[in-house]
Design a protein around this ligand. Structure first.
Ligand code: ZN
Length: 431
């Protein structure tokens, strides 16, 4: 066969049926140091790969085998999962590169680094409260066993949270730990539930009732894939930042909303929307310096995102007075460049106030401490690996516990009167 011209083969790579890695998971998702229990790596792929393998940190390779539609899996021994783990890895261990091969030449079409969560001696077992057969909590996390909830059932998940807690939280985080992936939704995102802050470009709104909150809830952050939650990492701050950013109505900012355009702000935690014309998103690794009143010197730098909020971010969040916000530079990005001059403008905090009004409440009156609740939705069982004990090992043992409970309550399993199965929720005890 004649080799395809380059442009055409690029088009084929970008096609929907290309062999790529959509996502991966380990089950169990965490391993204790010293454990000899393997974990099953499951990889979700697109297209029809000829092979899927993991090139382990140890130098070994394991081949995955097909395990259902778009799924490949392999059992990874504990020694491989824990290889190279030390305290400096902070509860995450890089296991190896997942590689997919496919296409006419059988070459590698997709590579993804995979890691597993590690339960080491630094993780203390918190006091656990078994609230009912479908719910268990630590002081910081509520785990709901909800076999029928999917990643789009956000209001049900949050209502589930409020069936155990008072309306005492500014934010609720919903983390889905599902045995199968919900295709297409992976990245964490933030939804504003209530806004009463003026001057950030948002209208007043209050949707608290549809989430089961009596009026306090401000926003919900959703993690469709549990691998991505790490509260010590900047993405966590980024999502909370979306409660206030970026919704400003200044003309140079609206196209990039809810992130920042190419600008001095884009170096911060909120990052860059899309870098035209490359289409790339995320970190903005450029220094900007005005050279005339309408142009800026753009210099690529090696360091990407600064792991912090910028002055303007902090103003919008209610932490910084207007007079502390330095002027920012917004570039009209034309071509990708490493060192060039581009059209640009300076925007001051007065420009922000002129287009959006002053922030009310101002930084003195603004709320600066927030209470966040976390609910982890599991579909196959309650969390065991992290919380360190195996009370309900599988859905089957849960069912057996229910059978025994019903016997003790004098309930008939076909027509229970006391312990009722609530489809999509779990079990409900009626007195
Ligand atoms: Zn974002």
């Amino acid at each position: 066969m004649r080799p395809l011209p380059l442009a055409l083969s690029l088009l084929i790579t970008a096609a929907a049926n290309a062999q790529t890695i959509a996502s991966y998971k380990y089950d169990p998702f965490a391993i204790r140091t010293g454990s000899t229990t393997p974990s099953t790596l499951e990889v979700e792929v697109t297209g029809t790969p000829t092979s899927v393998r993991i090139d382990l940190l140890t130098g070994d390779t394991l081949n995955l085998t097909p395990s259902g539609a778009n799924r490949w899996r392999v059992s990874v021994p504990a020694a491989q999962l824990l290889a190279g783990y030390g305290p400096n890895k902070v509860n995450h261990n890089f296991v190896g590169f997942v590689r997919v091969t496919g296409g006419p030449n059988g070459n590698i079409t997709s590579t993804l680094n995979s890691s597993i969560q590690v339960f080491d001696g630094s993780v203390t077992i918190p006091p656990i409260v078994q609230k009912d057969p479908g719910a268990r909590s630590s002081p910081r996390i509520l785990n709901l066993y909800r076999p029928n909830l999917g990643v789009t059932d956000i209001s049900s998940a949050v209502k589930g949270f409020y069936s155990y807690y008072k309306d005492d939280f500014d934010f609720v985080r919903v983390v889905f730990m599902l045995p199968s992936y919900a295709r297409g939704i992976y990245s964490p995102y933030h939804m504003i539930v209530r806004n009463d802050v003026q001057g950030v470009g948002l209208l007043s709104m209050n949707e608290t009732a549809s989430y089961g909150s009596a009026g306090k809830l401000k926003g919900v952050t959703v993690y469709p894939v549990d691998n991505y939650i790490d509260c010590a990492e900047s993405a966590f701050s980024h999502e909370i930042g979306h409660q206030w950013m970026n919704y400003l109505r200044n003309q140079s900012l609206t196209a990039a909303s809810p992130h920042w355009p190419a600008s001095t702000m884009a170096r911060g935690i909120m990052g860059m929307a899309i870098i035209p014309p490359t289409g790339a998103g995320g970190p903005f690794s450029y220094n900007l310096e005005m050279v005339t009143s309408t142009t800026a010197h753009v210099t690529q730098v090696s360091a990407g995102l600064l792991q912090e909020f910028t002055d303007l971010d902090l103003y919008l969040m209610g932490f910084l007075p207007a007079e502390s916000v330095s002027p920012v530079i917004v570039v009209q990005w034309t071509v990708a460049c490493r060192d060039c001059i581009m059209p640009a403008s300076v925007m001051t905090i007065q420009d922000v106030i002129a287009a959006n009004g002053p922030r009310v409440p101002d930084w003195k009156a603004a709320q600066k401490s927030f209470r966040i609740g976390t609910v982890v939705i599991t579909r196959d069982r309650l969390l065991n690996e992290v919380w360190g004990y195996n009370y309900y090992g599988t859905t089957r043992t849960l069912d057996q516990v229910i059978v025994q409970l019903r016997k003790k309550l004098g309930d008939n399993g076909d027509e229970p009167k006391h312990l009722v199965t609530v489809h999509g929720v779990g079990y409900k005890l009626l007195s």
